[in-house]
Write a protein that binds this ligand. Structure first.
Ligand code: CP
Length: 324
C-alpha cells in the first residue's frame, strides 16, 4: 500500500505531481458534470476521532467526485466511546473492504501506526494527527499560493521558489504550521514563523525556517501571511494569552494588512476566530483566501486519492518507501 502520512516525506517531484494533478482535477470541477469514473467500485473511509468541518467534508466530496463509495465514521456516537481500540476499529474497517482510510486523530503518530501496523491493507491518509502533521492542508495551501502568486494558467509545473511565506500564531500546537514549513521548504519557498515566545515549539531551530517575534517587521516582506488559530483545547489554561494582548501583538487587522505588499495574500486554514487572530474586515476582504482554500481542498484531495488508489503507477514513490 501507499500512504500519505507526512509532508516531510514528500520529495519535490512528489509534491509537484500532486499539485499538477490537483490542477487537472480543478478543471473537472469547472465543468457542468463534475464527476469522474476513476475510482468506481473503490471504498474510502473517513475515520474521524477529532472534530472537523472542512477536511471531512472535502475528503467526502473528493471521493464522491471520483465515483468512490464513501463511509463516514465519527468517533462520537461510535463504539470508540465504549472503549474500542484503534486496532479493533481498524479491523472492522478492513472487514468492510476499505481501499483507503482517511484518519484524523488527537494522538500524533496514529496514522503512522495504522499504516505500519499490518492491521489493514488500505492506503492511509493523514487528515491531521495531534500537533504533528496535516499534509493535505499544506498541499491545498501550496496549491492556493501557487495559483494566486504564480498564476492559475502558469500553475502547472511551477513551484514557489523564492516566495516569502509568513506563518503567524500558535505554532506550538499547529500541525498545519509544521506541514507547511516542510512542504514550502521542499518547494523552495522561504518561511518565517511569527509567534509569542510561549507558543514556539522546542527544537524549532532544527526546522527549515526563520523565527521572528515582530509581526510588523515581517509583514512588508511577505508574499503570503498565514494566520493560525490559538488552540485553547490543546493548552494548559496557564498558557492562555489574553485575547486583547494577543490581538494587539499578533492579530491581523486592516491597518496591519496595509503594511503587506499589494500582491500579498492572507490565508487561514480555518476554523477562524474572528476578533482574535483576524478581524472581520480582513477575513472578508478580497485578499483573504480562506474560502478559496476550502474549494482548492477538494481538488487537492481528489489528486491525493487518485494517485494513492491507482491513478498512476508512479504515484508518491517516496511516501510509499518510508512506510512500507
Ligand atoms: N483546516 C482544517 O483542518 O479544518 P477542519 O478542522 O474544519 O477540518
Amino acid at each position: 500500500p501507499r500512504h500519505l502520512i507526512s509532508a516531510a516525506d514528500l520529495t519535490r517531484d512528489d509534491a509537484v505531481l500532486i499539485l499538477d494533478t490537483a490542477e487537472e482535477m480543478a478543471r473537472v470541477a469547472d465543468r457542468p458534470i463534475k464527476k469522474l469514473p476513476t475510482l468506481r467500485g473503490r471504498t474510502v473511509v473517513n475515520l474521524f476521532f477529532e472534530d472537523s468541518t472542512r477536511t471531512r467534508i472535502s475528503f467526502e466530496a473528493a471521493a464522491k467526485r471520483l465515483s468512490a463509495d464513501v463511509i463516514n465514521f465519527s468517533a462520537k456516537g461510535s463504539s470508540v466511546s465504549k472503549g474500542e481500540s484503534l486496532k479493533d476499529t481498524a479491523l472492522t474497517l478492513e472487514a468492510m473492504g476499505a481501499d483507503a482510510v482517511v484518519i484524523r486523530h488527537g494522538a500524533s503518530g496514529a496514522p503512522y501506526r495504522l499504516a505500519t501496523s499490518g492491521w489493514i491493507d488500505s492506503a492511509v491518509v493523514n487528515a491531521g494527527d495531534g500537533t504533528h502533521e496535516h499534509p493535505t492542508q499544506a498541499l491545498l495551501d501550496a496549491f492556493t499560493m501557487r495559483r494566486r502568486l504564480v498564476g492559475r494558467d502558469a500553475g502547472i509545473g511551477r513551484d514557489l521558489e523564492g516566495r516569502r511565506i509568513t506563518i503567524v500564531g500558535d505554532v506550538l500546537h499547529s500541525r498545519v504550521a509544521r506541514s507547511n514549513v516542510h512542504l514550502l521548504h521542499t518547494l523552495g519557498a522561504h518561511v518565517t514563523l511569527v509567534a509569542p515566545p510561549t507558543l514556539v515549539p522546542v527544537g524549532v531551530e532544527q526546522w527549515p525556517c526563520d523565527v521572528s517575534y515582530r509581526l510588523d517587521d515581517v509583514l512588508p516582506k511577505s508574499d503570503a501571511v498565514m494566520m493560525l488559530r490559538v488552540q485553547r483545547e490543546r493548552m494548559n489554561a496557564a498558557y492562555f494569552p489574553t485575547e486583547r494582548e494577543y490581538s494587539r501583538r499578533y492579530g491581523l487587522d486592516g491597518e496591519r494588512m496595509a503594511r503587506m505588499p499589494e500582491h500579498a495574500i492572507v490565508m487561514h486554514p480555518g476554523p477562524m476566530v474572528r476578533g482574535m487572530e483576524i478581524t472581520a474586515e480582513v477575513a472578508d476582504s478580497d485578499r483573504c483566501t480562506a474560502v478559496e482554500q476550502v474549494a482548492n481542498g477538494v481538488s487537492t484531495r481528489m489528486a491525493v486519492l487518485y494517485l494513492l488508489l491507482g491513478g498512476s503507477e508512479t504515484a508518491l514513490p517516496s511516501a510509499s518507501a518510508r512506510t512500507e
